[in-house]
Ligand binder design. Structure first.
Ligand SMILES: Nc1nc2c(ncn2[C@@H]2O[C@H](COP(=O)(O)OP(=O)(O)O)[C@@H](O)[C@H]2O)c(=O)[nH]1
Ligand SMILES: [Mg+2]
Length: 311
């Protein structure tokens, strides 16, 4: 899984809160997610920083959470079922600068090489800039057109791909039906060219997944200065730090993976052969985990690509 998005949209925050949420899943299912040592350390660190940031009465946005998130970081999670390690998931987290780096740069080469192998692409989007920002702010924070151009070679390689549009910093637009609609409309407008492309290719599907990575911080306004724009959030003292829905991208990714038995590519066929050779209890549990994705999200393109067929 490849994560894309400019600096500061919330990629690392999403991973850190997802990891936290996954480790608590253990109590309700027979799955256990364990990060490898480096990943565990970095994501715990990011999570600790988040809990500190939100203790302050006036929430100040920091730059990127993890210092030195330069280059590409493989965040690896081992997945255990009934105590036995079954498979691992790798999320590639990037320093947003990479997507702007010159084509000659080493990081950029590594990025495109990894991207070309990705099955699921997670495009993280800053929701406040998306809905409330003027054209230039929204473009500057999320770079939809630039991201689209980067993804195009992968999306046109003839294989099936899932693009998850994960929207962060959108607590303010999850509160009512009307606000959710405003969020959806802003997304569809600003991502029109990528969505249009997805809709015209039967091997592609996209899902709009707004998440709460913090849950207790809300957008208030944008201050426009001469050369700068500050997006102001406030800490809501009556609300708890409570990430919500951060497990959804993973459930969708797995649902997509399990729906594609027919794919002919090396690692994929291996995955599928492995999967069908596994014991039935494990297969069923994994399918249940995957199909427990929230069905209310908007899906674009070929919806058949993510319908888990429980056999
Ligand atoms: N209000 C709000 N702020 C967020 C949310 N997610 C991330 N942030 C803030 O955005 C900043 C940058 O996040 P980070 O995960 O480092 O972005 P990255 O550069 O894409 O990895 C951090 O200071 C977070 O506090 C969210 O859902 N709501
Ligand atoms: Mg980061």
């Amino acid at each position: 899984m490849m994560m894309v998005g400019p600096d500061g949209v919330g990629k690392t925050t999403l991973l850190a809160t997802m990891y936290h949420e996954l480790t608590s899943i253990k109590d309700q299912s027979e799955f256990e997610f364990a990060a490898t040592e480096d990943t565990h350390h970095d994501l715990q660190d990011a999570y600790q920083k988040l809990t500190k940031i939100i203790e302050q009465p006036s929430f100040t946005q920091t730059g990127s959470l993890l210092k030195g998130t330069a280059g590409i970081h493989e965040r690896r999670f081992d997945v255990f079922f009934r105590g036995k390690k079954e498979f691992d998931l790798v999320f590639c987290d990037i320093a947003g600068g990479i997507i702007r780096a010159g084509e000659q740069s080493h990081d950029f080469e590594e990025f495109t090489a990894k991207l070309s192998k990705a099955v699921v692409i997670v495009n993280v989007i800053d929701g406040s800039a998306l809905v409330e920002g003027d054209d230039s702010l929204s473009t500057e924070k999320n770079e939809p057109e630039h991201v689209f151009q980067l993804l195009k070679p992968t999306l046109t390689d003839g294989k099936n791909h899932l693009v998850l549009f994960v929207v962060t910093k959108c607590e303010a637009w999850l509160k009512t039906e009307a606000k959710q609609q405003a969020l959806r409309e802003a997304f569809e407008e600003r991502y029109a060219s990528m969505l249009n492309f997805i809709q015209h290719h039967p091997n592609l599907a996209g899902v709009l997944i707004p998440v709460k990575t913090l849950g207790c911080v809300e957008f208030t306004r944008i201050d426009y200065h001469e050369n700068e724009k500050d997006v102001i959030f406030v800490r809501k003292p009556n609300l708890k730090f409570q990430p919500e829905g951060t497990d959804q991208p993973l459930r969708y990714a797995l649902a997509f993976a399990l729906t594609h038995h027919e794919q002919k590519r090396g690692s994929w066929s291996r995955f599928v052969r492995w999967f069908w050779g596994e014991d039935i209890a494990f297969r069923q549990s994994l399918m249940e985990f995957a199909s427990a994705h929230d069905k209310h999200f908007n899906i674009y393109g070929n919806t058949g690509l993510i319908e888990v067929n429980k056999k």
